[in-house]
Design a protein around this ligand. Structure first.
Ligand SMILES: [Zn+2]
Length: 282
């Protein structure tokens, strides 16, 4: 009798756990997507992953960043520069800056794009890209760090996520079910290469990059000098080209540098050391 009761108790507990687990799963899903029952059936049958843009989690953002990265590479829109020591060098600079950024708690992926054009961009979920042309155009590590810091600033500010949300609303593809992951990856890929960031996003990324540089010990003047040089030479990359007020941005960075630079942040100014790091690009 006792055994039977125990057995029944165990069964009840198991059933209760199963119901609790089911409620938990449904609860999470409902919080994420809130679809109707018919919608759920459809999603389950087709294995479609659906994201709610209004409250995207970090792991969802990282997942989308990975999907966009794959699509950029597989579609041939970017070609990754395969040089392990050069990649390790850029990754090292990037991870150092990410650690002291306003968003240090997601994984970051820094990649070099094979392209003579001077350019850099970020998507979402920690994915940052710099071109071989930009690396060759920088005179020292501090200048490169300024650009990478700027791009991390876009990720920290979730600028691409906001752009994605706006694009999804404009295209009328958001609904009670949320948005299909594949569609989001497509939008994110378009945004990465085509849609310019807003003026306020650029200023925010500039400020973020500037302060991260200082916290990492880099000479913050490097950010100003590189932008000045690119404006002067008329070859502005993404982080300058999207707006006609590049000169104003340089001016505001100069002001930041004069008033807020960390005095003992002096790293990254050795041009010869930088040259030897990127000798394969020279
Ligand atoms: Zn930018």
């Amino acid at each position: 009798m006792t055994n039977l009761l125990n057995f029944k108790g165990r069964v009840y507990r198991r059933v209760a756990y199963a119901i609790a687990a089911l409620a938990l799963v449904v609860g999470i899903n409902v919080a994420t997507a809130q679809p109707s029952q018919a919608g759920w059936l459809d999603l389950l049958i087709n294995g479609v992953r659906v994201y709610q843009l209004s409250n995207m989690s970090d792991s969802q953002e990282v997942d989308l960043g990975g999907g966009i990265n794959r699509q950029l590479i597989e579609s041939g829109q970017i070609r990754i520069h395969e040089n392990s020591s050069l990649n390790a060098y850029v990754d090292d600079i990037g991870q150092t800056l990410a650690d002291v950024s306003d968003r240090p708690d997601i994984p970051y992926t820094f990649q070099i794009v094979e392209d003579d054009a001077v350019n850099a961009f970020a998507t979402m979920g920690g994915y940052v890209y710099v071109t071989t042309g930009l690396m060759a155009a920088a005179d020292n590590e501090a200048e490169l760090a300024g650009v990478i810091g700027h791009e991390i600033g876009h990720i920290a500010g979730r600028h691409a996520v906001q752009q994605m949300r706006q694009a999804a609303i404009t295209q009328g593809i958001t609904g009670a079910l949320g948005v299909n992951r594949d569609r989001l990856v497509n939008i994110g890929t378009q945004i990465a290469l085509q849609l310019p960031a807003s003026r306020s996003d650029e200023y925010e990324a500039d400020r973020h990059g500037f302060h991260s540089m200082g916290r990492a010990g880099y000479d913050q003047t490097g950010m100003v000098s590189f932008m000045q040089k690119l404006v002067r030479e008329g070859s502005p990359p993404e982080f300058l080209s999207t707006h006609p007020d590049a000169r104003n941005r340089v001016n505001s960075l100069q002001e930041l540098d004069t008033e807020n630079a960390i005095p003992d942040a002096t790293l990254g100014t050795n041009a010869a050391a930088y040259d030897s790091q990127i000798s394969s690009l020279r």
